[in-house]
Write a protein of this length. Structure first.
Ligand code: F6R
Length: 608
């Protein structure tokens, strides 16, 4: 979380940094700041988003070197004082930080005993002053001071640091948090992700943990590794995202991304109808293992975790491999029994989620085969796993994940079929399902065409403070995801439950003010869902039912219904979630919420 960006080069830094910050805003937006070095340190900070910061900036701040930060508060309230960049006690250093310093209390006490004082509540300011202390102790050797100070830190960090009087230099170092360096025509950048770089960037570098980077406008990039040796980082070519990162005429990114699913689901298809084959370009390295693995463990967080739950149904049904989906944050701390013979699939839109990354590293160390299904090429997870599959959905900017989910499910479905084929398991129905999946955009288009109906439904139910979402089998995770969408962007309390579990507690909540959304689009569980709907209605609850097109019986039972084009059960989670995304979107709009930047959330959770 938090976005950091730094620039040093031939051009004025302010606008380049602001540009970079805007592209990183999805990482956090509760405060922002910028420091420009021009002999002196010029510091500007503001609570709120980047637009608030921009409105407080003078039109010109001269200086060709600077750092900037957009914050998602982990420690200390989101206010001006806690906003980055922080300035050291002497006023000679300024720093931006992304990460968490776990042992900050002991370091802070030690520094206080040495006479240091602190303006903010952040642990970032502690690290900065520790660097300053080491700098003054060690003959003002900045590189040495940074390496000494960071070696004492327990936690994660990516930092950018400027020193007064060194107007053409940025110092940067990372451990656990992402940091990427770029060489562009106008100079050098450091940032927490590739998005921040300008379109003139031609080379990017991915430092290892503890590599110290010195960016100098004249001398270029210097890298000193953990042992103190000067090394050359291998560069990779950079391609600016070709997909539009604008809103394309939509009111919000979320709505744009919901509508994009008509194109992004087909882009996730690696099945070719011509030769009736599924071909994943980047998994040949693990193909042999896939033939013999005896267990699949899917790890992820939030929406990605929900997609993983759908994967369980598919892997067990089609590949006949035991499959579980785990919260990465729980998995990593419970000493899981894993090793050779296990396939660990990390699901992550961003490829940077701290818990998913740590859980995947743990699995890899234990000898498991690791595969990531990810939307961001060259993200940390795609670089660290044995193999990767890309969603090809284009940048997802809205904080609430929408198009990534449907692409994840499309990939997981094909992967289950692919492994089933590798293991010579006979499922004659697979090629029919694949053909339907390949043609899903027509159905998605039909669902998107129900925009006004769904908007009216949201208006009708905008009185409700609570919602229950139920589904069974492959659509139980759809219920979880529908509930998550509603709560995260409209702040309405919502619970997702398997239909059968309702009677074991949640049904006590039901009354005329507590509506339920029932997902009854899969044939397999239709009759059982009908019983659940009866049970809710018998207690005075209203039920909005997602039905298969032409299901007149369910239509006549429902208080309200949305028709989903009839196709295979396996495609139903993809189709059924789309109206639920739209429903949440309009509920949030009726409540006047900022759907792209919901309160307290950030797109990429890079701290645990
Ligand atoms: C919800 C949402 C989050 C993410 C979660 C994992 O709409 O976006 O729950 O799904 O933070 O993020 P990734 O997939 O990037 O690992």
């Amino acid at each position: 979380m938090c976005g950091i960006v730094g620039y040093v080069g031939q051009q004025e830094a302010k606008d380049l940094l602001l540009e970079g910050l805007k592209k990183l805003e999805y990482r956090g937006y509760d405060s922002a700041g910028i420091a420009i070095l021009n002999g002196d340190i010029h510091l500007f900070k503001s609570p709120g988003n980047i637009a608030s910061l921009e409105s407080t900036l003078p039109s010109t701040i001269e200086g060709k070197c600077g750092i900037a930060h957009t914050r998602w508060a982990t420690h200390g309230a989101p206010n001006q004082t806690n906003a980055h960049p922080h300035v050291s006690n002497s006023g000679n250093m300024t720093m931006v930080h992304n990460g968490i310093i776990e042992n900050y209390q002991e370091l802070k006490k030690e520094l206080r005993d040495k006479g240091y004082s602190f303006k903010s509540d952040t642990y970032s300011e502690v690290l900065l002053n520790l660097i300053e202390f080491e700098y003054n102790q060690n003959g003002q050797d900045a590189a040495d001071a940074i390496r000494k100070a960071t070696s004492r830190v327990k936690g994660t960090y990516a930092i950018g640091l400027l020193i007064k009087g060194e107007s053409d230099k940025i110092y940067a170092i990372r451990c656990g948090s992402p940091l990427i360096i770029a060489k562009a025509q106008e100079g050098f950048y450091m940032a927490s992700d590739l998005n921040a770089f300008s379109t003139t960037t031609d080379e990017v570098f991915f430092p290892e943990d503890h590599d110290l980077i010195i960016l100098n406008a004249q001398e270029g990039i210097r890298t000193i590794n953990e042992k103190g040796n000067e090394i050359r980082m291998i560069s990779e070519t950079f391609q600016a995202a070709t997909n539009s990162t604008g809103k394309n005429g939509f009111e919000d990114y979320m709505l744009k991304e919901i509508f994009e699913q008509e194109e992004t689901v087909p882009l996730a298809m690696v099945y070719s109808g011509k030769n009736n084959k599924i071909q994943f370009p980047h998994i040949t390295a693990i193909e042999e293992q896939l033939k013999s693995i005896n267990r699949i463990i899917i790890i992820g967080c939030g929406t990605s975790w929900h997609a993983g739950l759908i994967g369980n149904y598919l892997f067990e049904k089609y590949a006949r491999i035991p499959s579980t989906t785990e919260y990465a944050s729980e998995f990593r701390y419970r000493q899981p029994v894993i090793g050779k013979g296990d396939l660990v699939i990390a699901l992550s839109q961003s490829g940077e989620t701290a818990d998913t990354l740590a859980a995947t590293r743990l699995a890899k160390r234990a000898g498991a085969t690791t595969l990531v299904i990810c939307n961001v090429p060259r993200s940390t997870l795609t670089r660290e796993t044995d193999a990767h599959i890309l969603l090809n959905a284009g940048p997802e900017i809205g904080v609430a994940s929408t198009k990534a989910f449907t692409s994840q499910v499309a990939i997981l479905t094909q992967l289950a079929f692919y492994i089933s084929d590798l293991r010579n398991i006979e499922h004659p129905e697979i090629s029919g399902i694949l053909k339907n999946l390949a043609g899903l955009s027509i159905f998605i288009n039909k669902i998107l065409g129900k925009k006004n109906q769904i908007k009216e439904l949201a208006e009708k139910y905008s009185f409700a403070q609570n919602f229950l979402f139920i589904g069974r089998g492959i659509n139980y995770p759809t219920a979880l995801e529908g509930a998550l969408k509603l709560k995260e962007i409209s702040y309405i309390h919502a619970e997702g439950y398997p239909g059968a579990e309702m009677k074991h507690g949640p049904i006590a909540l039901i009354d005329s003010n507590f509506p339920t959304v029932a997902i009854a689009t899969d044939e397999e569980n239709r009759l059982k869902m009908i019983s659940n709907i009866h049970e809710i209605q018998a207690r005075g609850g209203n039920v909005i039912v997602l039905i298969r097109q032409g299901d007149d019986k369910l239509a006549s039972m429902a208080d309200d219904y949305i028709e989903i084009p009839a196709t295979n059960d396996e495609a139903m989670p993809i189709l059924s979630i789309i109206p639920l995304q739209m429903f949440s979107y309009y509920m949030a709009k009726f409540k006047g919420c900022n759907v792209d930047q919901p309160r307290n959330l950030a797109k990429s959770v890079t701290v645990e």
